[in-house]
Design a protein around this ligand. Structure first.
Ligand code: ARG
Length: 267
């Protein structure tokens, strides 16, 4: 009777252990297995917000019949997370809601080609820059050329709500600005002739032009020529996390991984 109980206990124990042992690998995911052979019991999943309308940084793509979010930012944040023994869960939202989502801790950070402008810096902290882009205007190929910003007076220009592009175009007197939550919708309206132009940063404009052969890029005189640094937005005051992210970013640059990602997405 005693022996029987003992056996039962052993069986329970052994199965219990096997149970845990087989569950862990799926939960950890392959990419988080440290190359240095460390165990990953402590892998933390972080929620990273983005606005997946900004190729080649982040956009939806159908791969093997499945809708996925891909891009330079997505690869970069996954590399950073790998360095920190973390796993990324991407959350797609409107760009205009990202800073508030970081601020309220709805997400752990945001990567969305975001510039650390003064307004945002009051609400969140920013990593070191990982890319620079400048503003351009997209118009229809057949349309009257725009060589000077003055020529956009009386025209309707689409911008993504809450972006630096939106701020810049909204300052031009006489230009009617139509604000969109998603860049795709602005491009759609431009294609359909509902608006006259879209303001968008260069690398992203290039990506949209490639898929919309009837559109072209112009850089009119008078358009802000300053570059927007792209940084990761983090909760304010978490210096430890900020330092870790910056150190990981630096390592990714030093090891050549950064250049690899640049050639993957921009060449
Ligand atoms: N760089 C601009 C900004 O910081 C636009 C970013 C838009 N990003 C996006 N994923 N739609 O405001």
């Amino acid at each position: 009777m005693k022996k029987g109980l003992m056996l039962l206990l052993i069986i329970i124990l052994v199965f219990g252990l096997i149970g845990c042992g087989t569950k862990a690998p799926e939960e950890q995911g392959e990419e988080t297995n440290g190359e240095n052979g460390e165990t990953n019991d402590e892998v933390v999943t972080i929620k990273v917000g983005t606005s997946a309308d900004f190729p080649p940084f982040e956009s939806h793509e159908v791969i093997n019949g499945e809708d996925v979010i891909v891009g330079f930012d997505i690869d970069l944040i996954n590399e950073i997370a790998k360095e920190l023994n973390m796993k990324v869960e991407i959350e797609d939202m409107d760009f205009n809601g990202l800073v508030a989502a970081v601020q309220s801790k709805k997400i752990d950070m945001a990567i969305a080609g975001m510039a650390p402008d003064e307004d945002r810096k009051e609400k969140v902290d920013f990593s070191d820059p990982y890319y620079y882009a400048s503003q351009t205007i997209i118009i229809k190929k057949g349309a009257e050329d725009v060589t000077n910003m003055d020529q956009l007076k009386g025209k309707v220009v689409g911008s993504q709500l809450g972006t630096t592009s939106d701020d810049i175009i909204s300052e031009f007197q006489g230009v009617e600005v139509k604000k969109y939550n998603k860049v795709n919708d602005a491009i759609l309206d431009l294609n359909n002739g509902r608006i006259d132009a879209v303001i968008l940063e260069d690398s992203i404009a290039d990506a949209y032009i490639e898929k919309n052969p009837e559109l072209k890029i112009v850089i009119p005189e008078g358009l802000n020529e300053e570059e927007d640094p792209f940084c990761i937005a983090l909760p304010k005051g978490n210096e430890e996390l900020l330092n870790k992210v910056n150190a990981a970013l630096q390592k990714i640059k030093d090891t050549g991984k950064y250049d690899e990602l640049i050639s993957k997405w921009f060449e």
